[in-house]
Design a protein around this ligand. Structure first.
Ligand code: HEM
Ligand code: HEM
Length: 185
């Protein structure tokens, strides 16, 4: 039976897909459109696809916050999975792609959030730039692993939607039978 939890899981996974795409798109655009070839000042007012550097930076931050919230639930829902996989060598080797994705995601999140907190606290701009430089490089690896991860699980969205539809149909049939019974009485 499809539990209420499954609907929330579907909403969360759809949110991850949507905001994850915005996160990747805005991040790569900032890198290619503003960072590449600019070792000094960034041309912040130059428009790329109609928006300037600050707009794209805001879009990246908003999508990151939403993805981070979704990821907390995504990891918690698979907590048991992590516990089992990390205990058995065979399972660890079999699921190395998801484990590597987890490590890379945590590294990308750490470098991004540390850099952001340096900016918010008025810390050293040189240290901040070092973190952004690392962030820039490892996000490419994250990008590849995210594509592989989602591609492998794309069917899940259709089967989850199918289950939801079947559940709704069976509720409609049950309600119909109930009304017929009441009318007969
Ligand atoms: C493929 C995915 C990603 C790409 C291509 C990417 C790229 C970038 C780039 C280019 C910047 C610099 C923006 C600037 O110049 O202000 C940035 C900033 C940032 N990123 Fe990402 N990023 C990605 C994923 C993530 C993830 C998963 C997180 C955290 C969960 C994250 C957190 C941040 C934060 C907090 C900042 C702001 C840093 C600051 O303003 O000092 N990013 N990202
Ligand atoms: C941001 C984009 C992401 C999307 C759209 C996404 C989507 C999905 C989907 C549809 C599933 C299968 C259904 C389920 O069990 O919930 C899944 C499973 C899983 N995801 Fe993600 N995911 C994303 C990112 C991540 C990241 C960054 C990690 C690691 C920290 C991760 C770890 C896992 C694990 C451990 C599983 C269960 C095991 C497995 O299917 O191999 N996911 N994900």
């Amino acid at each position: 039976m499809l539990k209420k939890n499954s609907i929330i899981k579907l909403i969360n996974n759809c949110g991850l897909l949507m905001f994850g795409s915005v996160m990747v798109f805005s991040g790569l655009l900032l890198q290619i459109g503003y960072h590449h070839g600019h070792h000094g000042e960034i041309e912040a007012i130059r428009l790329v696809l109609g928006l300037n550097y600050f707009n794209w930076s805001d879009i990246h931050i908003i999508s990151i916050i939403l993805v981070s919230i979704g990821m907390v639930f995504h990891i918690l829902w698979h907590w048991q999975w992590f516990k089992i996989v990390l205990q058995k060598r065979k399972l660890l080797i079999k699921n190395q792609q998801a484990i590597l994705l987890t490590i890379i995601f945590l590294l990308v999140a750490a470098t991004g959030y540390i850099s952001w907190s340096i900016k918010l606290n008025g810390g050293s701009e040189i240290i901040r730039k070092d973190f952004i430089e690392i962030h820039d490089k490892i996000t490419w690896i994250l990008f590849v692993y995210l594509i592989l991860h989602v591609k492998k699980r794309f069917k899940w969205y259709f089967s989850a939607l199918g289950k939801l539809r079947r559940k709704r149909n069976s509720i409609d049939i049950k309600n119909g039978l109930h009304i017929l019974e009441i009318e007969r009485k």
